[in-house]
Design a binder for this molecule. Structure first.
Ligand SMILES: NC(=O)c1ccc[n+]([C@@H]2O[C@H](COP(=O)([O-])OP(=O)(O)OC[C@H]3O[C@@H](n4cnc5c(N)ncnc54)[C@H](OP(=O)(O)O)[C@@H]3O)[C@@H](O)[C@H]2O)c1
Length: 250
């Protein structure tokens, strides 16, 4: 435990489960004040009890711009600046292309790219310096069967970041980083996948060699360490892209 993040306020989307929750825990351990944006409290309850005054959860639906605007209105009431923003929340479910519903398409677009856009627009005026990390996926490089929509939306997010990097730095000295992660163990990402789609996905992933390519899912802490590394770089150093994979991926 250190106090590297003492007096720092970090907002994180999807900090109630999986990678976001693990980042939230690590940041609190290192002295940060953390604001979590998610639809539900998820697994945050014990941390909320243990970190009164340091951890805040604001119910937010990233797919709904009005919800994001209201959340940042609440944030502005309690703090006058944010030191970093971790755009971590995302969702998807594996689906064959011809079976994608309107809801599948809209939820991927709204949560996985519109959400980060809405959040950064609202957070930027509070940031004046600091960093925003966009959590992306190895699937951008290798869009696997049944997850092409998810991969393409993450790719769009990465292109957006490249396109706005100069503007955000020039106007506000905010550094933007894309952190591409390989598969991780212990997250809730596949928890809501319908059983039949899950079985078909893993069957196809095994037979097409995808599982072999992505390797053994990494411990979640590897990605948490990468997030903390990025957030602790000196202001005169940027990390535009980081690509973190399992040791036996190729
Ligand atoms: N898991 C992997 O192997 C893997 C690999 C590469 C990259 N990634 C990326 O890593 C990031 C974290 O994934 P994870 O596996 O930790 O996911 P996870 O365990 O499923 O957690 C997702 C988080 O996002 C929140 N969320 C979902 N929809 C939301 C919405 N509409 N509004 C607000 N919050 C919402 C969830 O909270 P609520 O449901 O309560 O809203 C939850 O806190 C994602 O960007 C993912 O694409 C994951």
């Amino acid at each position: 435990m250190s106090d590297r993040f003492k007096h720092k306020t970090i907002a994180i989307t999807g900090g109630s489960k999986g990678l976001g929750l693990a980042c939230t825990r690590a940041l609190l351990d290192e002295g940060a004040r953390v604001i979590v944006l998610s639809r539900s409290r998820g697994e945050l309850a014990p941390l909320l009890e243990a970190h009164t005054g340091e951890l805040f959860w604001i119910a937010t639906d990233l797919a709904d711009r009005a919800s994001v605007v209201a959340t940042f209105g609440n944030i502005r009431e309690v703090c006058d600046r944010i030191d970093a923003l971790v755009l971590n929340a995302a969702l998807t479910a594996p689906c064959a292309f011809e079976e994608l519903s309107e809801q599948d398409v809209l939820s991927n677009l709204l949560v996985n790219i519109a959400g980060p856009i809405y959040c950064l627009q609202q957070a930027a005026p509070l940031m004046e310096g600091g960093r925003a990390i966009f959590i992306s996926s190895e699937s951008v490089d290798n869009p696997v069967l049944m997850l092409a929509l998810y991969a393409s939306v993450k790719a769009a997010m990465e292109t957006l970041v490249k396109g706005i990097r100069r503007e955000l730095y020039k106007d506000r000295k905010i550094q933007l980083t894309i952190l591409r992660s390989g598969s991780m163990e212990g997250t809730a990402f596949a928890d809501h996948w319908p059983q039949a789609q899950r079985e078909k996905f893993f069957e196809l992933a095994a037979s097409s060699g995808t599982l072999d390519e992505t390797g053994t899912p990494m411990p979640i802490e590897r990605v948490v360490q990468a997030v903390l590394f990025i957030l602790t770089r000196p202001d005169d150093a940027a990390i535009h892209n980081m690509d973190l994979r399992s040791a036996d991926s190729f």
